[in-house]
Ligand binder design. Structure first.
Ligand code: NAP
Ligand code: GDD
Length: 351
């Protein structure tokens, strides 16, 4: 193998996982390219800590405008960046929103995957050695009861999950049809202080810390009885990388093997805030889903034995990490408020 640094391309680099994966790859000496959607507001906040102006000597992170809805942009970025590894993390990843925007979600999550697979196929046929990671989801198991492993049948329960099942099978088909090195990671929920604020864990830690500091009065939630297998995003991106370092491409479930309800998450988070959440939490039916996924709990034995992967951060430590982070944000907001500044809680009523 040559001594020149390996190059990776990440779609969805501005998201939670994209930012952790970019950090991991940079720490391993990679040159990292990322696809960024054009937006009217900044959407690269999660990359602030690792982004250096590309004119600076030694910069190893490069961002390119592109979109998985636009195959031509993907081809151009591949030709320009010449990656040895491609990680397809781009998605409209919110399950509830996928019911409101089913066509769009199917396009980005399902057809978007075909667009990048086609671009990668052409890139490989032009003589470039390339490995591909597809971000699959435990949502694909949907109504299949836990524990869910690689052999559990898919039973998707949302347009998002149906799109991910399509993407999974597209990836598998391209692996078999074109002998490409393609892996599907089937990742269970993973969270962090960088989690989007409309996912239930972050919504809870943001709200409870704000309530504790007198910045908010209520927290409106949907179904508190569903159960999720929640891990730490920093641990999970390592499994993505490990998949692409194996001798053969394969599909892997990545999970902690522990499952907790939303109520249990609330109990631990509220306990750390010294609050009784029952005094503040109310139900709003708009957060309910037409079809819910009741229980997810993954069996990651294959990832443990074949990849040597295991999660490091425990569930209580994950909740604590998120609460501590959001306390700091709430303290900053309160300081501003006390100094007479208007503190706009970004889109809180929309969550
Ligand atoms: P996320 O925070 O929602 O990030 C999604 C990323 O995709 C963002 O960078 C977003 O860009 C980008 N994106 C959205 N539409 C796009 C488009 N049309 N073209 C290009 N980029 C687009 O999601 P995440 O939690 O990091 O998850 C990463 C991937 O893993 C997703 O595919 C998700 O479905 C999947 N997954 C996540 C979990 C989990 O628990 N986190 C579990 C299983 C699977 P903007 O920043 O501009 O919005
Ligand atoms: N978002 C949200 N908001 N969820 C709520 C709320 C609320 O106010 N109240 C209750 N929930 C429940 C949901 O009904 C669901 O059962 C559970 O909390 C988790 O919801 P999310 O945090 O939105 O995550 P998700 O499990 O639907 O999807 C996430 O994990 C998938 C992997 O299993 C996303 O990251 C997906 O992209 C990912 O594939």
């Amino acid at each position: 193998m040559s001594d020149s640094p390996r190059t990776a391309l990440i779609t969805g680099i501005t998201g939670q996982d994209g930012s952790f994966l970019a950090e991991l790859l940079l720490s391993k000496g990679y040159i990292v390219h990322g696809v960024v959607r054009r937006a009217s507001t900044f959407n690269t906040e999660r990359l602030d800590a690792i982004y250096a102006d590309p004119h600076q000597r030694g910069a190893r992170l490069y961002l390119h405008y592109g979109d998985v809805a636009d195959g031509a942009s993907l081809r151009k970025i591949l030709a320009h960046s010449k990656p040895a590894e491609v990680y397809n993390l781009a998605a409209q990843s919110h399950v509830r929103v996928s019911f409101d925007q089913a066509e769009y979600t199917a396009d980005v999550v399902g057809t978007g995957t075909v667009r990048i697979l086609e671009a990668v196929r052409e890139y490989a046929e032009a003589g470039n050695a390339v490995r591909f990671y597809q971000a699959g989801s435990s949502e694909m198991f949907g109504a299949s009861p836990p524990p869910q492993g690689e052999d559990t049948p898919f039973y998707p329960r949302s347009p998002y999950a149906v799109g991910k099942v399509a993407a999974h099978w597209f990836a598998k088909n391209y692996r078999e049809a074109y002998k490409l090195f393609i892996c599907n990671g089937i990742l269970f929920n993973h969270e962090s202080p960088r989690r989007g604020e409309t996912f239930v864990t972050r919504k809870i830690t943001r709200a409870l810390t704000r309530i504790k500091l007198g910045l908010q009065e209520k927290l409106y939630l949907g179904n508190l009885d569903s159960r999720r297998d929640w891990g730490y995003a920093g641990d999970f991106v390592e499994a993505m990388w490990l998949m692409l370092q194996q001798a053969e491409p394969d599909d892997y479930v990545v999970a902690t093997g522990e499952s907790h309800s939303i109520r249990e998450f609330l109990d631990i988070a509220a306990d750390r805030c010294k609050l009784d959440w029952k005094q503040f939490v109310e139900t709003d039916p708009r957060y309910l889903r037409p079809t819910e996924v009741d229980a997810l709990c993954g069996d990651a034995s294959k990832a443990r034995t074949k990849l040597g992967w295991s999660p490091k951060v425990s569930f209580p430590d994950l909740v604590a990490m998120m609460v501590e982070h959001d306390f700091e944000l709430a303290r900053q907001e309160r300081t501003l408020a006390e100094a007479g500044h208007v503190v706009a809680a970004r889109g809180l009523s929309h969550r």
